[in-house]
Ligand binder design. Sequence first.
Ligand code: 1AL
Ligand code: ZN
Ligand code: ZN
Length: 461
Amino acid sequence: MTMKTYDLVIRGGTLVTVNGIRRADVAVVDERIVAISPELSGGAQAVIDAYNLHIFPGVIDAHVHFNEPGRTFWEGIASGSSALAAGGATAFFDMPLNAHPPTIDAASFAEKLAAAEASSYVDFGLWGGLVPGNIEQLDELAERGVVGFKAFMSNSGIEDFQAVDDATLYQGMQRSAQLGRLVAVHAENDQLTAALAQEARTQGRVGVQDYLASRPVVAELEAIERAITFARETGCALHIVHVSSGRGVRLVASARAQGVDVSCETCPHYLVLTEEDMVELGALAKCAPPLRAVDEQAALWQHLFSGTLPMVSSDHSPAPFEMKERPDFFEAWGGISGCQSLLALLLTEGYHRRHMPLSLIAAATSEFVARRFQLPPYKGRLEVGADADFALIDLSATYQLQSHDLFYRHAHSPYVGRDFRGRVVRTLVRGRTVFLDGKIMGPPGGHFLQPFPLIPSLESI
Ligand SMILES: NC(=O)NC(NC(N)=O)C(=O)[O-]
Ligand SMILES: [Zn+2]
Ligand SMILES: [Zn+2]
């Protein structure tokens, strides 16, 4: 009788799944999980001792800006995906901006895909853009496997990625519904925020508080409602990115309860920082929508606990630090560097501080993401048949984040100097270790992920 030989066995870890946690060995053959059992017998070419570790499904970060091609000096896929691997992520979806060219047609998609295939350490999906003038190009993007189409309802801060007007959003959603792809929106009312910003700046009021006052919660609420109205009418699946307020989440939840196909995400910065942190940290913590007051933050945690807020993504939007040093706060780059800390923040502030169940953290960072964006059924799960994508976590390890821990091209983040509890020890993508004990393990070998089932190619119809 021949003993079974596995490529890899991870022994004794505590598995964190959406259905609860349990201790088990995990066996891997050909990049997939082939057995999960308390005591696996059989040989293995490699064994990882995980007796004191928790095994999470690898984080799938649905919202990052790696800015390649074209603005690689802001981040780049090699450094961005390294930071993700160090943070326990095994896949990401890159936004269509701030790469140059932005990902808005077949040619720019091909450039982005080639760049990611050449240098990503983890698996990846790609968002296409919906901008004024590119509705004719949505078909070719869908055919090439974009996750969906991202639109800005307010100024993106990037010249070559214009905000949608209502007609573009409406018609783009009509087309997306036909293509079976969802539309994701940055939801802030542009007229309102632009006018308030303009008024403040002409009066010379250009500080942090003035920026905060120019982007009130109502700007987010109105845009979310408008996007939902269009989604209801067109039958398009809708995703609201980076919701900053509890009231915003409530709008999404009640539309969903009425049958609208709409979901939302929030980001770690809305959960762990408030507008006071923006005043204190300055442009390091500048983002749009901006950080909010503590009551909105408390509401976000409640929604996360109850499941009405099902997803957390980083909205990692990095830039050279010089772009944040502006006397006029409106001119400083808006975007927070944070993808490396996504899981660690949820462990520290969610699990340890607020007793958030680990299963819920796995759902919000992996399982729900895979399901909502129709990844193949072997992604986002810790079960037999799934890809061997794992984050191995020492839940009790404590540390203070230092800038030299960061793999970002520009090693700044509002979380530097913060105390963490729960450390990523090792990250595996399809059974291959990509991060171990503070180091990235090459070479880059990320695979392109497309929504499933695939849209039939136009030629094949
Ligand atoms: N151009 C950007 O990267 N913008 C991003 N910036 C933020 N959120 O501050 C975003 O997602 O809107
Ligand atoms: Zn945005
Ligand atoms: Zn973003």
